[in-house]
Design a protein around this ligand. Sequence first.
Ligand code: FAD
Length: 446
Amino acid sequence: ENTIVWFRRDLRTADMPTFLAAAASAERSIGVFVFDPVLLKPSGVRRRDALYACLRELDEKLGGRLLVISGDPVVEIPKLAALTGAKQVHVSADFGPYGALRDARIAEKVDLVRTGSPFAVAPGRVTKDDGSPYKVFTPFFRSWLDHGWRAPAKTSADTVAWADADTFSEVQRTEIPDSRTVCPVGEAAALRQWKDFLDDGVASYHEHRDRPDFDDTSRMSVHLKFGTIHPRTMLEDLAGRDGDGPKEFRRQLAWRDFYGDVLHHNPESARRNLDRKFDAMRHDSGEDAWMRWEAWCEGQTGYPIVDAGMRQLRDEGWMHNRVRMIVASFLVKDLHLPWWWGARHFMRNLVDGDLPANQHGWQWVAGSGTDAAPYFRIFNPITQGKRFDPDGDYVRRWVPELRGIAGSKVHTVGDRGDKIENYPQPIVDHKEERREALDRYERIKR
Ligand code: FAD
């Protein structure tokens, strides 16, 4: 008898509770991945390339027996179940707005067994005493720690007897496209990188995590995105380690769960303001606004830290967290453009682009999200640059036009009115735009 293991964003073989459930329910399992155009289209070439690389590795681990098909999973999964005589379809639960709806529709047609989720603690589990969800991070975090998480599941590719995909000749298969990835991805790379970070990075994580010039955060986001490692595995490895580094790192993993929880309870917040008061916020429009938008996307704003970040995104598909906050604040509060424009640009370009962290990272900065009282917090891009990239190394790494300027002076070229060949003057005056932003915020708060 057959069953199906449908891989989605859990492209690994270790710590896979779905394998245990599948192996207990049938003799053989068919491992399948579906290319869904709805999810592929907004992904951008970088994330798609990373996905293909992860799938090639997974296929190899399954002895070349991963069945890859294309189409709408609501049609394709029930069809596959019928063709192969599979009684059940095993997945790890998807809590995203699109995925949850898709799964509900599939569950009307087949026996969809959800085991585990991509989170340490699944959305909906951490609640206040009265059962309602948390709206603010810190109390969520305390409760999340109290709740705890399961130990990693002991699995490997051999936990399941994989059916040979060639047996099902009626199934229309898709080749995994060739790809070129800029960063190492896949399960082996994830475990290797995690081990290196445990040996060499986590102890001082709390000291450096806000410094883009050091560039020594874990870079695990792409692996967590594709589920080539589970956060539970990481938390288990952190358990024996005291100290502020591991503690701070655990807190960041809790942010990931928190945003998953917020989006689960407010699926519409993927597209709209969580705080609906912000629907009244006035945004700039017209030709000037478009030109500023383009300057932001291209890293040509004349604010060095903003331009460095946007160029890192363009060239690497990744950006340091502190710089994500700075460029987001600049788009929303200096250029007065909607956060969802920036969020879409990020989703298209980030290799780790992930709906809950991205949309709520943006809403947090915009003030329409989960931060309690942020509207008066307007990052000054120059002060932020001087504080978090004190010697200017990060800016010089990404903005070659400024390589001739030593030390932290690199952050103040626009302020000093220096003319630098090929580098733009600031496209807006931060002090003026700050006042304008505060004024607009005041109006909607009233
Ligand atoms: P580390 O500092 O090593 O953190 C370890 C892990 O903790 C990360 O991999 C991530 O899974 C989690 N984490 C850390 N900070 C956050 C956070 N603020 N919110 C949620 N999870 C966090 N993260 C994404 O994974 N995908 C996104 O699309 C994304 N978009 C963002 C957009 C904006 C505007 C902002 C401000 C933040 C965004 N983040 C996003 C969160 C954060 O910037 C990245 O997770 C982090 O920079 C990834 O690098 P790292 O793995 O080296 O992080």
